[in-house]
Design a protein around this ligand. Structure first.
Ligand SMILES: *Cc1c(COP(=O)(O)O)cnc(C)c1O
Length: 451
């Protein structure tokens, strides 16, 4: 009860609203353990169908001898651990066969990676080589990434939809540059695409954009079912281009509950609901349904962006092509920070995160609003109104500080004349102004409950 309101939580990409039918479906399956595949074979079938649909969505090659493989996970984090392990094991096997050392694996990413990559690196002992960001460029630079690649690089991880700004990294350029480098060196460094948020955006909004299995070096892709896959928290997916990209020794065959079941996950038991709900969403919405929802999100992001731009106080960092979100920073010279704005918006119920960028752009502090399916146009407009109120308050505060300073100067100057009345009046006036302003705010708030 003392938590924030999930639908006003604009910090998160994770789904906070599903149709009532979905809620019922989830409750109906809440007592099924996903891992009991023999007991719940239909659930296993639904997960396989989901993998199939996602592999198609990501343009996995489908020749006679080609089969993509994939698995449902708890989220993109688990998916990334699995994909990372597969790369590490493949690299080790190859190096071992060549009689080369296998003690120093590394992975190349941008400094903008989500924390789960750092987790993967630390938990599974792989060095993370990060391409630094720079002012005005907040994603991994493909040229610099390829420069960092060496014989110990297990893969380069590109992000489709940077967590910080929603921007898509240039996977095609990365693929081209890396192909060249592989040719020169004789290595075969592959690419993983972390499409946690962008994986359910790009296929619908930018079908021509080549970021997926159309690029030969892309060997695996993860996506969060619980982000723009439109399911509540607890489901993600990872798909490999082919069986060869997933070393057989990582797959466990469990048979104590019945027939042979291959599994490749980090944990054993988990709920079935999210998988069933994912299948429901795919069938219920279809390609057109997802496309409509994503277009709507984009349109609301545009409305919000324009409203924020109109205040004249912010620079917009997010791009028009990308994940539907608005990331914005304060123009220079203000008397307040994005952190204070975030804090003040909390009073209206809005949860808008503020953070600084990773190296070497730490001096840039941003606010970020993620647009989800349940963030309507009217909420976007309301947020702009509330943001304007917060800015106006800060401006009043700033001018009060200035008035006090001015008043002190006047007092000092008027010391000899003994003319103190002017000074007193201006203080009272200012106080009245502030009181009136606050009263207006409070009155207005009574009549304008959000949601
Ligand atoms: C959200 C996110 C993750 C982590 O995904 P979960 O599904 O929350 O585990 C990883 N990478 C990126 C780019 C993300 O946006």
């Amino acid at each position: 009860m003392l938590d924030g309101n999930p639908r006003l939580n604009l910090a998160s990409f994770v789904t906070t609203w599903m149709e009532p039918e979905c809620d019922r479906l989830i409750m109906a399956a809440v007592n099924k353990n996903y891992v009991d595949m023999d007991e719940y074979p239909v659930t296993t079938e639904l997960q396989n169908r989901c993998v199939n649909m996602i592999a198609h969505l990501f343009n996995a090659p489908i020749g006679d001898d080609e089969t993509a493989v994939g698995v449902g996970t708890v989220g993109s984090s688990e998916a990334i651990m699995l994909a990372g392990l597969a790369f590490k094991r493949r690299w080790q096997n190859k190096r071992r066969a060549e009689g080369k050392p296998i003690d120093k694996p590394n992975i190349v990413t941008g400094a903008n990676v989500q924390v789960c990559w750092e987790k993967f690196a630390r938990y599974f002992e792989v060095e993370l080589k990060e391409v630094r960001l720079r002012d005005g460029y907040y994603v991994m630079d493909p040229e610099k990434a390829v420069e960092l690649v060496d014989e110990n690089t297990i893969c380069v991880a590109a992000i489709l939809g940077s967590t910080l700004t929603g921007e898509f990294e240039d996977v095609k350029r990365l693929n081209d540059l890396l192909t060249e480098k592989n040719k020169e060196t004789g290595w075969d460094t592959p690419i993983h695409v972390d499409a946690a948020s962008g994986g359910f955006i790009a296929p619908f909004l930018y079908p021509e954009l080549e970021w997926d299995f159309r690029l030969p070096l892309v060997k695996s892709i993860n996506v969060s079912g619980h982000k723009y896959g439109l399911v509540y928290a607890g489901v993600g997916w990872v798909v490999w281009r082919s069986k060869e990209d997933l070393p057989e020794e990582l797959i466990f065959h469990i048979n104590y509950l019945g027939a042979d079941q291959p599994t490749f996950t980090l944990n054993f038991s988990k709920g079935s609901s999210q998988i069933i709900a994912q299948y429901y969403q795919f069938i219920r919405l279809g390609f057109e349904g997802y496309k409509n929802i994503m277009e709507n999100c984009m349109e609301n992001a545009r409305v919000l962006k324009e409203g924020i731009e109109k205040t004249g106080k912010f620079d917009i960092l997010s791009k028009d092509v990308g994940v539907p979100l608005v990331a914005f920073s304060l123009k220079d010279g203000g008397t307040y920070t994005v952190f204070e704005i975030s804090e003040s918006l909390r009073r209206f119920g809005w949860i808008v995160p503020a953070y600084t960028m990773p190296p070497n752009a730490e001096h840039v502090a941003v606010l970020r609003v993620v647009i989800r399916e349940d963030f309507s146009r009217s909420l976007a407009e309301r947020l702009v109104t509330d943001l304007a109120k917060v800015l106006a308050e800060f401006d009043v505060r700033a001018s009060r500080v200035k008035t006090t300073v001015a008043h002190v100067t006047t007092a000092e100057r008027s010391n000899g004349d003994g003319d103190a009345t002017v000074v007193k009046k201006s203080v009272i006036e200012t106080q009245r102004e502030i009181t009136a302003f606050w009263r207006k705010l409070v009155d207005r708030k009574k009549t304008s409950g959000v949601c």
